[in-house]
Design a protein around this ligand. Structure first.
Ligand SMILES: [Zn+2]
Length: 116
């Protein structure tokens, strides 16, 4: 996890460099062609679109940032998917929680149809 000021730790930056070396085969910028990128000092997050209003809570997607040295083009990569942050526990993941609700409804139906 980022440090107490929500800045990436040196280990996380090293993990991002390792991810780039493994996953990003042609890292020339699609706009300027530059091959020099900077890792952002912080993570950013996207939230669910709610018609323009700010929603508190709900699923978020933490991203690390890579910015092209030549033109500023910025790439966002899901930090959980890339293994920089740990996967959230199911109860804090809105998508998973919905699946759990469906599963519990089904198990109630199964219980209701049973011979109990
Ligand atoms: Zn560029």
């Amino acid at each position: 996890m980022p440090d107490e000021n929500w800045r990436l730790t040196e280990k996380e930056k090293e993990d991002i460099v390792a991810w780039v070396k493994e996953k990003w085969k042609n890292f020339a910028c699609p706009y300027s062609g530059d091959t020099s990128w900077n890792i952002g000092e912080i993570l950013v997050q996207t939230t669910q679109f709610t018609g323009g209003s700010l929603r508190i809570g709900g699923p978020i997607f933490p991203m690390f940032i890579l910015t092209c040295d030549g033109c500023g083009h910025t790439v966002f990569v899901n930090a959980i998917q890339a293994g920089i942050l740990p996967k959230p526990k199911p109860e804090s993941d809105g998508g998973t929680k919905k699946r759990e609700i469906r599963a519990s409804k089904k198990s109630k139906e199964e219980n209701g149809n049973g011979a109990n």
